[in-house]
Design a protein around this ligand. Structure first.
Ligand SMILES: [Zn+2]
Ligand SMILES: [Zn+2]
Length: 303
């Protein structure tokens, strides 16, 4: 079955990761009546628990069981109750009766040493419907991993490192979506020649490997930062997305909700959320999604 981008969200986090809140069922309730497909994509824990701000690997089974319960409750009775396009979120709890189809996913931090874990264990043994690919961390001088926007200011070496790590993630071929490709702007606060060339390298790699780049709505909901081109989002930077549009990249969007009330992002000027508004301003057409409702297999479809 074919879904428009307005009908599907594949990026959500919950209490499981420790920096999000809300139970999975609360996200499903908020999505009901707005989206038709909701994918859970908790930050993927790794067996040695080496990544900061992730659920302990020992909780992974209960995360899976939680999703599979929701799939049993919802997926079999899935009907398209509303053929119209998206509805704006209903502040009184989205009780308009539409059904929601649940997918089992996770968001993986790209580290080459976890490649076979993601491929053979998460996608293979645990039969996840999809995995999202991300680069969230940069190493500090003491070797500690730090989340990029709150780490240090990026120098050119950091920028180079980020681009090659991000390209490696894309080239692995494991991921359905390349998430928040412009997260590096949380560390690299300029829009200059170097920023343009880093952006072009990432975008052309995604084009070559035919993977959609994610215009991340959370970047637009966070507090903007001061830069040489004035106040701009920490990531989901319009200049990056204008470049991606001009180069002909495949572009999708997700809300990256970390609490149930953000499941659908926040409505903006009559648009579903801020990224739909930005895409419309920039003349970007998002991909569509083909989901096989028997197997949970999901693929993007060019706009
Ligand atoms: Zn998160
Ligand atoms: Zn992320």
């Amino acid at each position: 079955m074919l879904f428009k981008q307005e009908e599907i969200n594949l990026h959500t986090h919950s209490f499981y990761c420790g920096h999000g809140t809300g139970e999975l069922k609360d996200f499903a309730e908020k999505a009901r009546g707005v989206f038709k497909v909701l994918g859970f994509s908790e930050h993927q824990p790794v067996p040695d628990d080496s990544l900061p701000s992730r659920m302990p690997f020992s909780d992974f089974e209960s995360y899976i069981a939680d999703i599979e319960n929701l799939q049993r409750e919802n997926n079999r009775g899935f009907v398209i109750a509303n053929e119209n396009s998206y509805n704006l979120p209903n502040t009184d709890g989205n009780e308009n009766g539409s059904e929601i189809f649940i997918l089992k996913g996770s968001e993986c931090d790209w580290e080459p040493r976890y490649r076979s874990f993601y491929e053979d264990y998460v996608l293979g043994e645990k039969a996840f419907d999809y995995v999202l690919g991300s680069v969230h961390f940069v190493k500090t001088k003491t070797g500690e991993l730090k989340y990029i926007p709150s780490a240090r200011e990026f120098d050119l070496n950091d920028l180079k490192w980020y681009v090659s790590r991000y390209a490696e993630m894309i080239e692995s071929g494991l991921f359905l979506v390349a998430c928040h490709p412009d997260l590096f702007f949380g560390g690299y606060k300029k829009w200059d020649e170097e920023a343009v060339s880093a952006s072009k390298d990432i975008i052309s790699c995604a084009i070559e490997h035919e993977i959609p780049l994610e215009m991340n709505d959370l970047g637009l909901r966070k507090r903007p930062m001061e830069t040489n081109i004035g106040l701009r989002p920490q990531y989901t930077v319009p200049e990056f997305w204008a470049l991606a549009r001009d180069m002909g990249a495949l572009i999708c969007t997700n809300t990256d909700a970390h609490n149930p009330k953000d499941t659908c992002g926040s409505p903006e000027n009559g648009f579903l959320n801020k990224s739909f508004c930005l895409a419309s301003m920039l003349g970007i057409d998002f991909v569509r999604w083909e989901a096989d409702l028997k197997t949970g297999k999901i693929l993007y479809v060019k706009p």
